[in-house]
Design a protein around this ligand. Structure first.
Ligand code: NDP
Ligand code: RET
Length: 317
């Protein structure tokens, strides 16, 4: 089977991407991608809907074994049924993972480490955006807890398996919203004051800082790491946006991407051969792009790493 995902799809650089121009979504070399993933295993968080489900669909069509990690088993089972039917790939499974609970993350990782022989591609995709103030089971602000700390701990717990599966890739789905955030070390959990948009920005900035620091630590291991902005994509992520903003997104439908289009940069980071020698970079519309200065600050990245270790109770040098 040949899958041509990068060819023939026209992407919209979303409103959140800063430009409304249409760009051709092709790899830097302009090649379409018919890469196969037979014999490879992909683990993807939040794969029951949105960008995650479309990423899973594509990678399943390439022959990979797919593990969808999601918090709602009913939704996850429905997604697996749909993806198996569509792709003809029966090697798609769902496992329970609630990133808002470190106990669930540890249980999930233990099951994967016991039951799986390899993880060649780990896609940290799940996310929550601009929710009303709430805390995870461990008392972390929800967006920082799920989007950053949950994936930080998950990656740590799966890393030996990922390393043993090298060449392997870790992909962190961030956002251009990282530009609106800063890491507020004095109040990471937004207990003193909460802005839902700043907290989202902080969590997405943390995704990029984590990517860069992890890439350095993994140099020479055969495991490469990427972060990305998928574009402004019509998914359930906007469920907490107010009605006016949602209506504007509907009105300016032309400037947003479908979930299939929004999945392309994740797929690109997962399969593009030209990325094999690259690590730690940030991508958008299937091309490497610059992230903010704050996201390139090595001191902040190191400090965030150390604080994150303390918060989730691990020693990760
Ligand atoms: N849509 C967009 O325009 C943009 C999206 N992104 C990023 O893309 C990624 C995917 O988002 P998108 O597909 O749009 O959003 P969706 O809301 O459609 O999907 C998010 C997924 O994350 C899951 N999730 C949320 N909280 C948890 C949790 N505690 N534990 C496990 N899974 C959880 C959701 O599960 P459930 O179905 O149960 O809620 C869902 O499967 C996110 O990281 C987001 O920040 C970045 C920039 C723009
Ligand atoms: C909820 C919802 C919508 C909006 C989703 C949006 C607007 C998501 C934007 C996310 C961004 C920009 C994230 C950046 O990191 C639609 C499609 C209008 C349809 C109705 C339901």
């Amino acid at each position: 089977m040949t899958c041509r995902v990068l060819d023939g799809l026209w992407f919209v650089q979303g409103i959140a991407g800063g430009s409304a121009s249409r760009v051709k979504a092709s790899s830097p070399t302009g090649r379409s991608s018919d890469i196969r993933l037979d014999g490879k295993t992909v683990l993807l968080t939040g794969g029951n809907t949105g960008i995650g489900k479309e990423t899973a669909r594509d990678l399943a069509k390439r022959g990979a074994r797919i593990i969808i990690a999601c918090r709602d088993m009913e939704k996850g089972t429905a997604a697996v049924k749909e993806l198996v039917e569509d792709s003809g790939n029966e090697s798609i499974i769902v496992k329970k993972l609630d990133l808002a609970d470190t106990k669930s993350i540890r249980e999930f990782a233990a099951q994967i480490n016991d039951g799986e022989e390899q993880i060649n591609i780990l896609i940290n995709n799940a996310g929550v955006m601009m929710c009303p103030y709430s805390k995870t089971a461990d008392g972390f602000e929800m967006q920082f807890g799920v989007n950053h700390l949950g994936h930080f701990l998950l990656t740590y717990l799966l890393l030996d398996l990922v390393k043993r599966s090298s060449p392997a890739r870790i992909i962190n789905v961030s956002s251009t919203a990282h530009k609106m955030g800063s890491i507020n070390f004095k109040d990471l959990n937004s207990e003193q004051s909460y802005s839902s948009i700043k907290a989202y920005g902080q969590s997405k900035l943390a995704n990029i800082l984590f990517t860069k620091e992890l890439a350095k630590k993994l140099e020479g291991t055969g495991v490469t790491v990427y972060s990305l902005h998928p574009g402004a994509v019509r998914t359930e992520l906007g469920r907490h946006l107010n009605v006016v903003i949602r209506a504007s997104f509907k009105l300016f439908h032309f400037f947003t991407k479908s979930p299939t289009e929004g999945a392309q940069t994740s797929i690109y980071c997962a399969v593009a051969p030209e990325l094999e020698t690259k690590t730690g970079q940030y991508y958008s519309d299937c091309a490497q792009v610059d992230c903010s200065r704050a996201a390139s600050n090595e001191e902040t990245a190191k400090k965030l790493w150390d604080v994150s270790c303390k918060m989730v109770g691990i020693d990760w040098q």
